[in-house]
Design a protein around this ligand. Structure first.
Ligand code: GUN
Length: 293
């Protein structure tokens, strides 16, 4: 069935555009730089940061990863962020979440220079997104979902969108992007969460469902209107005795039963995941372009 949104292919298009911008920057003597900070040895973070750094290098972005021990204090981490803020080699700074429990994530993200905040997590960038000020940085995952929708020619103007999940990394910024007045937005957005009375009823009305609440296979076929666009942001570990690792990854959408009903749907993996990296590197290059003006 040809209703898949190929996130790898669309991410590939964006990487090609980003690579061309890197070439242009380098011709002006500017090498875009992106520094990663990882605290502790969270296995998923090791994989994610490794993938992001590898892709950065492939595109000609100078990148390094600083790995700090789990015992790092918040003061030490803030001091490191301050050195990166002051270092003109770094146009982007990414502190990978989750951080150890003794470190306050919001304090760390607020300490990153907003001009280097390629994650889009600084309160100034969060505010700009909500205000419709295109001068800030948009968080990579919801920004990537938006690109998937736009580049797949999904009609957004006037669309009924249901966002499942109200997290700061995906749900809230996703709603902020799609509710804006203007081209490639102008949606009627409903955000559902654990306090919502009848999530299925909201979903059944939706032209577009963005599932980002972190519940394995939450979205089932009866919740989806025939022809709806379904975007699966979920990455959930579920125990699987037959897997070597003892677990397997599943999304927030029961793909097998939802795909036949959907107008378009993201596979998982191969849908939203590759877009997050593509948007991160596009944000980094934009930070370098703005710094070089
Ligand atoms: N952990 C999971 N997703 C992200 C992300 O987009 N940025 C950062 N910094 N950490 C994450």
């Amino acid at each position: 069935m040809q209703n898949l949104i190929d996130g790898r292919a669309i991410a590939g298009e964006i990487h090609a555009e980003t690579a061309a911008r890197v070439v242009h920057l380098r011709s002006r003597g500017i090498v875009p730089g992106l520094v990663f900070v990882r605290v502790g040895e969270d296995p998923a973070s090791q994989v994610y940061v490794g993938m992001k750094e590898k892709k950065s290098r492939e595109l000609g972005i100078h990148s390094e990863t600083r790995v700090l021990p789990e015992s790092t204090t918040q003061t030490e981490l803030l001091a490191l962020v301050a050195t990166f803020n002051a270092d003109p080699r770094w146009h982007g700074i990414l502190v990978q979440a989750p951080l150890p429990r003794h470190i306050d994530q919001a304090t760390v993200y607020a300490a990153v220079d907003p001009r280097k905040d390629v994650d889009g997590f600084h309160p100034i960038n969060v505010g700009k997104l909500l205000l419709g000020d295109a001068g800030g940085f948009v968080p990579c995952t919801p920004g990537g979902v938006h690109e998937l929708l736009v580049r797949s020619h999904v009609k957004l103007d006037g669309a009924e969108v249901v966002v499942l999940g109200r997290g700061n990394i995906v749900g809230k910024p996703m709603a902020s992007i799609l509710v804006q007045k203007g081209r490639h937005a102008n949606c009627t957005v409903t955000v559902c969460h654990s306090g919502t009375r009848d999530i299925a009823a909201h979903c059944r009305r939706a032209d577009i469902i963005v599932a980002a609440m972190g519940v394995p296979e939450f979205v089932r076929a009866p919740m989806v209107r025939e022809g709806a666009v379904v975007i699966d942001v979920g990455v959930n570990r579920v125990p699987d005795a037959s897997a070597k690792s003892g677990y397997r990854l599943v999304g927030d959408v029961a793909f097998g039963e939802v795909q036949p009903k959907a107008g378009l749907i993201t596979p998982n993996p191969g849908g939203v995941g590759p877009m997050t990296i593509a948007m991160l590197l596009a944000n980094t290059v934009r930070a370098a372009e703005l710094a070089g003006q």
